[in-house]
Design a protein around this ligand. Structure first.
Ligand code: AMP
Ligand code: ZN
Length: 483
């Protein structure tokens, strides 16, 4: 697979550290509010990456943190803790907020067919890991204590800016409006590993540490959790593009300083979902959630398709008009799949499968070109082969794309049948196991009664009796019961 690596700024052949095995880490949500559909764009695209790697035969272990402490309202370690802000807003404890929004996040993921990572670890579970890493960083001179906090000394590194060539004076660190510069820092880019002193005294969650009672910085949690569960090397680290700096840059700094060797091979960053007004963000308070889309009548998987229709390395503008287009595409695609009726005895067409699998690999294997992957679904529908092969291949590709196409097609078919029967008033229900022949006779009897052909209706009743069925006429239609 060719994958763009933000650390090297180019597409590379994906070669994991250990043959056949992929260790993948994802920055999880900060659980102080609902995830917005921008956050979920990142998780959808990461999910497709994970599923494509599994489809390609890799054994993937994916770990995700849940940020329930340490993420301040400015990524530059200043401002209020986002969790505390959420707790105050809702008059609840931080842990109550964390539980509520973690559950809400995974419920959104379920609706969007985003697989739950193999390991999900709340940041508050791993305090000893952070203390161990920080202790070593202090011993080796990469960290220092100032004003009660522990900082990482970025000047100790040969190369700190991995993803972009920031100039110090350009940094947002400490210079954002309303954000005070931290006078304890030796260098502007230094960041907090452990807080014991900060301007808010009402921090709810605090732990004992060799440096006093306090709490970890946001960046250290991802290094600690990744190293705890995936060991000293990592194949892919994912996140939205806003995480590249400072969060991921700081993760690399502290992890490599701690380990003494390179840490993560590939960095996968998803570009933002924007509205016409700019980036969708939780802190702005104006954002769209999955529940809101549902309230407006959209199937969440329509949003998933909307995301798949554009490349993860391009920013994507959300509008309801664009979502409506995705809904039309989804429903048309599902209707075409619903119309596929395999004939008895159809066998799997290996030749067609090889050609279509090749196309799918050309799309997904080329830096996860999901929009081309979606067009391969149409190639399958158009291909000169039997319906059984088409359905099997659609299932196979949907394991990666996650659009629940077969389930949606079955629902569409059932709905079409219900409407057809409602039109003729000919609804037949069989108690227990259905019997197609008996149901056909019962339908014919309904037609005969409609035509007032009582003799035929009686004859059909007798025929059913001979087959072992009694027929009962109800308001909903005819009910077949076994005698
Ligand atoms: P947070 O809950 O703020 O920690 O963010 C969760 C994930 O969503 C991170 O990977 C962010 O980089 C990502 N993210 C935040 N805003 C957006 C956006 N507008 N579009 C896509 N991804 C985003
Ligand atoms: Zn992270």
């Amino acid at each position: 697979m060719q994958l763009y690596n933000s650390a090297t700024h180019r597409k590379e052949e994906f070669v994991p550290n250990h043959p056949g095995i992929v260790k993948m880490y994802t920055c999880g949500p900060t659980v102080y509010h609902y995830a917005h559909i921008g956050n979920l764009r990142s998780y959808i695209m990461e999910d497709v990456l994970e599923k494509y790697l599994r489809y390609s035969g890799y054994r993937v272990t994916r770990v995700m943190n849940i940020t329930d402490v340490g993420h301040l309202s400015s990524d530059a370690d200043t401002g209020e803790d986002k969790m505390l802000k959420g707790a105050k807003r809702e008059h609840k404890t931080v842990m109550e907020i964390a539980k509520f929004y973690t559950d809400a996040f995974f419920e959104d993921c379920r609706k969007l067919n985003i697989k739950r990572p193999d390991v999900v670890e709340p940041a508050t579970n791993c305090i000893p890991e952070y203390i161990r890493i920080i202790t070593r960083l202090l011993e080796t001179g990469y960290a220092y204590e100032a004003g009660g906090n522990i900082y990482f000394d970025t000047a100790k590194l040969k190369k700190y800016y991995i993803f972009n060539e920031h100039k110090e004076e350009d940094l947002a660190v400490g210079v954002r409006e309303g954000v005070e510069a931290d006078a304890n820092k030796r260098n502007k880019a230094d960041f907090v590993l452990w807080f014991t002193k900060s301007k808010f005294e009402d921090q709810e969650l605090k732990w004992d540490s060799p440096w006093g009672v306090g709490y970890p910085g946001w960046h250290i949690e991802c290094s600690g959790i990744s190293i705890k569960h995936l060991g000293e090397d990592l194949d892919i680290h994912c996140g939205g593009i806003d995480n590249a700096f400072p969060h991921h840059t700081n993760e690399i700094a502290q992890s490599e300083a701690y380990l003494g060797h390179p840490w993560c091979k590939y960095w996968f960053h998803v570009l933002h979902l924007n509205t016409n007004a700019g980036k969708m963000s939780k802190s702005s308070g104006e954002f769209l959630t999955v529940s809101l889309l549902e309230q407006k009548g959209y199937d969440p998987l329509v949003y998933r398709l909307f995301c798949l229709q554009s490349h993860y390395r391009k920013s994507l503008v959300f509008s309801f008009e664009n979502l409506d287009n995705a809904a039309t595409t989804y429903h048309k695609l599902v209707a075409r799949i619903a119309a596929l009726q395999p004939e008895p005895g159809e066998t799997f067409d290996e030749e067609a499968a090889a050609a279509l699998r090749g196309k799918f690999d050309d799309a997904l294997g080329n830096d996860l070109n999901t929009s081309l992957g979606v067009t391969v679904l149409y190639d399958v529908l158009k291909y000169d082969t039997n319906a059984a092969t088409k359905l099997a291949l659609l299932d196979e590709f949907d394991q990666v794309l996650g659009l629940s196409l077969r389930e949606a097609a079955a629902r569409a078919r059932a709905e079409a049948e219900r409407l057809k029967k409602a039109e003729t008033g000919a609804v037949v229900v069989t108690e227990g196991e259905s019997n197609a022949e008996a149901e056909a006779l019962a339908l014919a009897r309904i037609e005969a009664r409609k035509a007032k052909d009582w003799a035929r209706a009686d004859a059909l009743r007798d025929a059913l009796k001979a087959m072992g069925f009694a027929i009962e006429d109800t308001r909903e239609g005819a009910k077949l019961k076994r005698l």
